[in-house]
Design a protein around this ligand. Structure first.
Ligand SMILES: [Fe+2]
Ligand SMILES: [Fe+2]
Length: 450
């Protein structure tokens, strides 16, 4: 392998071709191209349409459009391949086999191919991304434990026992380290069929969003610390303890005017009463009481009826937004989950009706356009998980790439920072479960960036 004339190009033989290369020109051929017979000539014209051919004709070398090659010409190179021929430029195993069979022996390739990003110094970002994935692994276990604790907390409250010791212990575990961020990144990946896991997911997203919005706007948090903040969000649905368990655990959707729905609609008021009796601060009670009030409080889905949006606390408004985000993102047995970016687009459409527009904009800044954990397809055709959302460029996250443009899983994952690599953009968000099914979470927790 030798350096080409341009700094970012290499001269390579067929045996040197690897998945992270992009062929710029074809430079070596077997004898069947020197000279070409009629059949070979036709094949070259057809398959390299739009390129330039360097040929020797009557002992003279010249560069001509490939469509003008003739039998008897000796082919020296094919270059300036148009983008329409990307399929014979982007190196993959299938292409290498075909090239071998066709008699192509050497090439000029671009080191900074479409299959691998430019080499920026991403050492710190890679360490952070790997640490983040590691935390996700740990948080999966923590999430399961916390779900059980929330369930027993609601069951205990049903019996009139409102001891919060265990839940406080869970809050402590989750608020330490990056665990809450990790849990919020896997909402759409884990099986999440219960009201109990909902409380945890709402709490972790609320914590991330609230802290960020408070920081961006220079506000003062009403909460004593992160533990109280998370506890408040954890407890927002505690009034569901007053809803019969069979209604609560039902996996079927209820009709809007059904008896079951009426029972469910009592949970905010019941929750606030319960929390008041436990001596919780006003803001925590407010969050439980009014988290289903909509910006347009006349909507039938806004309850308790008669309460106006302007009269509820900022913390409660944010909780309502997070509640909706979680409900749409998490998979339920009776509905398909949406990808986090799809949820963000949906909420964007409802902002100003269901939620306050300014609050929505702050939430968007905090979560990014592609929240952490989103699975995206990049403009170069590769796929990966969003691991970091930059503060300034919410459309340009850092992505851990795990799958190439030919839909093959990569052995070596790599990190691409779209804020640095401006040639590549997020082309599309993908439902990761459509590709990996039940293994989606496992695939995410096995990301390892070299
Ligand atoms: Fe609720
Ligand atoms: Fe809720």
């Amino acid at each position: 392998m030798t350096e080409g004339t341009q700094t970012n190009q290499l001269d390579v033989s067929i045996s040197d071709l690897t998945d992270n290369m992009f062929i710029v020109s074809y430079t070596g051929f077997t004898d069947k191209y020197r000279p070409m017979d009629d059949k070979t000539c036709k094949w070259v014209r057809l398959n390299f349409k739009g390129s330039s051919a360097v040929i020797i004709r009557a002992s003279n070398q010249s560069t001509i459009p490939v469509e003008e090659v003739e039998p008897g010409d000796e082919l020296c190179a094919i270059k300036q391949l148009p983008s329409s021929l990307a399929n014979i430029c982007k190196v993959n195993r299938k292409l290498v086999d075909e090239l071998k069979e066709r008699g192509f022996t050497s090439f000029k390739v671009n080191k900074t191919s479409q299959a691998k990003p430019k080499q920026y110094d991403l050492t710190e970002a890679i360490d952070n991304a790997n640490r983040f994935v590691q935390t996700i692994k740990e948080s999966v276990k923590l999430c399961k434990e916390a779900t059980t604790v929330v369930e027993s907390m609601i069951d205990n409250a049903r019996q009139g026992n409102t001891d919060l010791k265990e839940i406080e212990h869970q809050v402590e575990a989750i608020t330490s380290g990056q665990t809450s961020e990790a849990i919020s990144a896997i909402i759409s990946l884990k099986e999440n069929d219960q009201v109990y896991a909902h409380c945890i997911d709402v709490a972790v997203v609320f914590q991330a969003a609230y802290n960020e919005i408070v920081r961006i706007n220079g506000l003062k948090s009403v909460f004593k610390d992160d533990k109280e903040l998370m506890l408040a969000a954890f407890l927002h649905d505690i009034g569901k303890a007053k809803v019969p368990k069979d209604v609560l655990d039902s996996t079927a959707p209820f009709k809007r005017d059904s008896k079951e729905m009426q029972l469910i609609r009592t949970h905010p008021e019941a929750g606030a009463k319960l929390l008041e009796s436990m001596g919780m601060p006003d803001y925590i009670c407010n969050m439980a009481h009014y988290h289903h009030v909509k910006f347009d409080h006349t909507m039938s889905s806004s309850y308790p009826q008669g309460v106006e949006y302007k009269d509820i606390l900022f913390e409660t408004k944010l909780l309502a937004l997070v509640d909706a985000y979680q409900a749409l993102t998490a998979g339920r047995s009776y509905k398909k989950s949406w990808t986090p970016p799809a949820v963000m687009r949906y909420l964007d459409a409802t902002a100003g009706v269901e939620f306050d527009l300014n609050l929505w904009q702050d939430f968007q800044k905090a979560m990014g356009h592609y929240p952490r954990g989103s699975f995206v397809k990049l403009s170069d055709g590769c796929y990966g998980f969003v691991v970091t959302v930059p503060e300034k460029e919410i459309l340009r996250p850092q992505v851990a790439v795990i799958r190439n443009a030919d839909n093959e899983d990569l052995e070596n994952h790599y990190l691409i920072d779209l804020a640095l690599d401006k040639d590549i953009t997020v082309a599309q968000d993908i439902d990761v479960k459509e590709i990996y099914g039940d293994k989606a979470l496992e695939v995410f927790t096995n990301v390892s960036i070299k």
